[in-house]
Design a protein around this ligand. Structure first.
Ligand SMILES: *Cc1c(COP(=O)(O)O)cnc(C)c1O
Length: 490
């Protein structure tokens, strides 16, 4: 069949150091028309760098080809379908990039006086307003630089709230369907994690929370929709139980792309939520690039938000540092501003109705894949899903084929594998998030390939065990690759 082939003019590429030829240069500066002075005479000795040993001497074209070739080894959303569950690898409109690169925004110095930064302050102020409206929260900070950083911020707010009342609380309840960063952030914020099981139902039960919620518990932290792609349907009743004992409900809102415009987390009793602007609000991410994880809170937690806060005074925007209860700073300056510009552009361009349609399309796409593949792969939970669906390798295990083999075989057909072996509650999980930006044709082609792989698993399992065969590097020992990486290309 005709798949997204991985054949073609993929160049080999060595290290740039290996291309070096002593004395070769990319750029020759014009000759001096001012008196020459030695560096030592102008710059203190301790600030002068020695020669860099082995620094490559290459021509401009060598440098250009080197980095262009390396970039072609990369796979991204702009290359092809990238159904990595939980990560929301969706198309990021280029107009966002154009706006983030406007000189008036990109060249702005963070310490430029307020009166010369009114546009940027206004943009941030309005973005806070949009996020408050989308989530149903009272106040927003844009400072944290990623989802997990936002979680930490939210938990520190909760911690300081109880300390300020003179009654610190020590525990956070976290269900097994939460994202892995939730327990890590709770631990970092100084809390003890109390796990609670979803007991095969895929969502948290009211009884399970009732049994463990007490007045030493600061918050219940849940991901909604959760990491199985299911909506936590008991959330309202659960929130009531938590609130009765004086606790907060923290919602990990990284998966907001399934609910924005349809419902508000605030209406469900959520008190704190973090957003992943780099996922839902379309910023290219992955590979550790900059993100942004704003946090929304209810009024009770507002005094604790990081400084500075953006205030509107008449027609002017100001930065307010005079907030004695604030937890302080989460990040230098005001957070990752360029990501905010992208999110702002995306929201303005989509409008409320557009955001709702994005969520609806994300849900529709995931359910389409779920229905089309459920005869070929075992569904973890056979019920309508939100923006992602979770299969397992249960039907393939009999032929000795596991999730990892299926994932590797997808690469041979030109697809980035889905998220595998996560969430942990589903053994051999294959978690597919198509996102709203993919066309029906793309989904159909992917489904066809997934079915083909299921057939291969039965007829020729060894093909899957040997996959990928069309890539530069074939199957690696993943544990050894992580522990003893070989970073030199031979
Ligand atoms: C991605 C994700 C996170 C972590 O976000 P980062 O920006 O990677 O720190 C947390 N929770 C959920 C549900 C996520 O999908």
């Amino acid at each position: 069949m005709e798949a997204n082939g991985t054949k073609g003019l993929l160049m080999e590429e060595g290290l740039i150091f290996e291309k070096s030829s002593k004395g070769r240069t990319g750029v020759e500066p014009a000759s001096f028309d001012v008196p020459e002075a030695s560096a030592e005479a102008l710059i203190p000795k301790n600030l002068l760098r020695d020669d860099i040993e082995g620094f490559p001497d290459v021509a401009e074209i060598d440098a250009v080809r080197h980095y262009t070739r390396l970039s072609q080894w990369n796979f991204g959303v702009d290359t092809g379908f990238y159904p990595l569950g939980s990560c929301t690898m969706k198309y990021n409109p280029k107009v966002n990039e154009d706006m983030a690169r406007l000189p008036g925004l990109s060249m702005l110095h963070p310490y430029q006086p307020e009166e010369l930064s009114q546009g940027a302050l206004k943009l941030m102020y309005e973005l806070e307003g949009f996020l408050a409206e989308i989530s149903g929260m009272d106040a927003i900070t844009l400072q944290p630089s990623a989802g997990a950083h936002g979680e930490l911020c939210g938990l520190l707010l909760i911690s300081d709230y109880f300390k300020s009342k003179g009654k610190p609380r020590t525990k956070i309840i976290i269900p097994d369907t939460a994202h892995g960063t939730n327990p890590a952030s709770s631990h970092l914020a100084g809390f003890k994690v109390v796990p609670v099981k979803s007991e095969g139902k895929g969502v948290l039960s009211v009884e399970a929370v009732k049994a463990i919620m007490d007045t030493d518990t600061a918050a219940l932290m849940l991901t909604n929709p959760n990491t199985i792609g299911l909506f936590e349907s008991n959330i309202k009743e659960i929130a009531e139980i938590v609130h009765k004992k004086g606790g907060f409900v923290y919602c990990d809102g990284a998966n907001l792309n399934a609910i924005m415009g349809i419902m508000k987390l605030g209406d469900l009793g959520v008190d704190v939520v973090q957003f992943n602007l780099h996922k839902t609000f379309s910023t290219p991410h992955g590979g550790g690039g900059p993100g942004s994880g704003p946090v929304g809170v209810r009024k009770a937690l507002e005094p604790f938000l990081p400084i500075p806060r953006i205030k509107k005074a008449g027609k002017k925007f100001k930065l307010d540092y005079n907030r004695p209860k604030s937890i302080g700073r989460m990040k230098s300056f005001y957070g990752n501003f360029s990501i905010m510009v992208r999110a702002y552009t995306y929201i303005r361009r989509m409008g409320g109705e557009g955001l709702k349609r994005a969520s609806e399309a994300a849900i529709l796409n995931a359910n389409y894949i779920k229905e089309k593949l459920k005869d070929s792969y075992a569904l973890a939970y056979d019920q309508p899903c939100m923006h992602e669906c979770v299969f397992s390798d249960r039907l393939q295990l009999g032929s000795g084929v596991a999730t990892m083999d299926i994932a590797k075989r997808l690469i041979d057909y030109g697809y980035h594998p889905p998220t595998v072996y996560f969430p942990l509650v589903v053994p051999g999980a294959i978690m597919i998030e198509p996102t709203e930006t993919e066309t029906l044709e793309t989904l159909d082609k992917f489904i066809e390939v997934m079915k083909l792989i299921a057939d291969e698993a039965k007829a020729t399992p060894q093909v899957l065990k040997d996959a990928p065969t069309k890539t530069k590097v074939q199957r690696v020992d993943e544990v050894r690759a992580a522990r003893e990486p070989i970073l030199r290309w031979k």
